[in-house]
Design a protein around this ligand. Structure first.
Ligand code: FMN
Length: 436
């Protein structure tokens, strides 16, 4: 059995185009290229990003799986063109190089053209050394072209499809910058609405913290350095019951952690209160269950678990935090070594790079959460068409809101408990203990 929903990306950072195939999207979902534009643009923004973002202005082209604005149930293929391709046609040429072309590239490299020069001074913290040795490359460009976060544009395009799908089912996902360089959002000062936060330079709800975060990024820039932080992704409208505790690979918490950890640059994932739980007593951690509220919905007094208990969604918002390390390409490069000679060198390779990418990484985090939730929703509902999925989801939500009718031992125990309560109210006692 294959997964009910899966996706795979392809493409190099300076190749002609990125691509992503998404399989398992039900038929009948309204989908246009405009649906995918918003998140692609959000990924490109953020104080601290490099010049490339001004060049690209990403757009996803839908080339398969959609007809007359509706999905067909067949695999969807999206292409995101690399607008910088024109400057890389020879360096990244797909066809074998002729002797003349190879000589021209070598000549350009000798003349100081950086693009044509093979990369051998491996960057600490990047994929360069391990990647080159693993795949047997003598030019690190063969590694960094794919390890580059340019690939995440394809994930964000796919995330846009998952967003359109989940929105139909009442599930929304967004993110914000929670921390940069040790400066954290203070929830008490987080006065911005979601829209205002989204439009701010760091996509941050706390203006005071954001000003200090910008200061940390400027400090890094002045020093030729880079800086990391934390993003937080929140999913609302997720019903109880996605994922399962019955087998390790069916847990939603594990899948979300893996999906967010798969983002190049994320070095830690927390769900809800995360590691902070280890510093508190249980009474300060666990979310008291208050019972059913309006429309039969189960209410927790707090959401320290981040909407997930035992690998199953518990009806509260799902909260996932990703730890973003500082970018490893430094304008003032660290010392390193040369791949070919094995000798130490004074400076690692440098090519145009971001200084801090926490807001952008948050958008990739949203995409990975959206894509993971889409998979788990489809596992729960099944269905080949949107109508089928929407029906199944509506039925599931209704079932959750309906009082449980006990059967078997549970029914007998409930009947006895009711009788005992009634007898007590009437001044006597009842139940298994008797009154003699
Ligand atoms: C949105 C985004 C932008 C990034 N931009 C850069 C960059 O400009 N320069 C760089 O060296 N790394 C950048 N990275 C991180 C690298 O792709 C990543 O550190 C590298 O592939 C090694 O993987 P690892 O960090 O998971 O170990 C970026 C990551 C993301 C998510």
């Amino acid at each position: 059995m294959t997964e009910p929903f899966r996706f795979l990306t392809a493409g190099e950072s300076h190749g002609r185009t990125l691509g992503v195939t998404i399989e398992g999207v039900p038929a009948g979902l309204g989908l246009t290229e405009a649906d995918l534009e918003v998140d692609l643009a959000r990924r490109q923004r953020g104080y601290g990003r490099g010049a490339r973002q001004q060049i690209e202005h990403d757009r996803a082209e839908i080339v398969a799986g959609v007809r007359h604005g509706r999905t067909l149930g067949s695999p969807i293929l999206l292409l995101v063109a690399n607008r910088d391709w024109d400057n890389w046609t020879k360096v990244m040429q797909v066809e074998p190089l002729s002797d003349e072309q190879a000589a021209a590239l070598a000549e350009a490299a000798a003349g100081g053209d950086k693009r044509s020069t093979p990369v051998t001074r491996v960057r600490p913290g990047h994929a360069d050394l391990a990647g080159a040795l693993k795949y047997g490359h003598d030019d690190v460009r063969n590694v960094l072209e794919r390890a580059s976060a340019r690939e995440t544009a394809a994930r964000v395009a796919a995330g846009g499809v998952a967003r359109a799908f989940l929105r139909e089912l009442g599930i929304e996902v967004w993110s914000f910058t929670a921390e940069v360089g040790g400066v954290a959002v203070d929830p008490a000062r987080a006065s911005r609405s979601r829209e205002e936060a989204d439009a701010s330079p760091l996509r941050c709800p706390d203006p005071e913290a954001e000003a200090a975060m910008i200061g940390r990024i400027d400090e890094a820039r002045e020093k030729g350095d880079t800086i990391g932080g934390v993003f937080e992704v929140v999913a609302t409208g997720v019903p109880i019951g996605l994922g399962s505790y019955v087998q390790w690979d069916r847990r939603l918490d594990a899948a979300l952690a893996a999906a967010v950890m798969s983002i190049n640059i994320v070095k830690g994932v927390e769900l809800g209160l995360g590691f902070e739980q280890t510093r508190r007593f249980g009474s300060e951690v666990h979310d008291v269950i208050e019972g059913r509220g309006e429309a039969g919905r189960w209410i927790h007094r707090s959401n320290n678990a981040g909407g997930l208990t035992a690998g199953v969604s518990n009806g509260e918002p799902i909260v996932v935090r990703g730890a973003v390390k500082p970018i490893s390409t430094l304008a003032r490069p660290l010392p390193s070594a040369d791949l070919l000679s094995g000798e130490a060198v004074e400076k690692a390779h440098y090519e145009r790079s971001d200084i801090s990418v926490v807001p952008a990484a948050g958008i990739v985090g949203e995409a990975m959460v959206l894509l993971t939730l889409a998979r788990f929703v489809l596992e729960k509902t099944g269905g080949d068409s949107m109508a089928e999925v929407a029906d199944a989801m509506a039925r599931w939500r209704e079932r959750l809101a309906t009082p449980i009718q006990p059967t078997g031992v549970a029914a007998l125990a409930a009947a006895l408990a009711t009788a005992s309560t009634k007898a007590e109210a009437e001044g006597g006692t009842a139940g298994s203990g008797g009154d003699d």
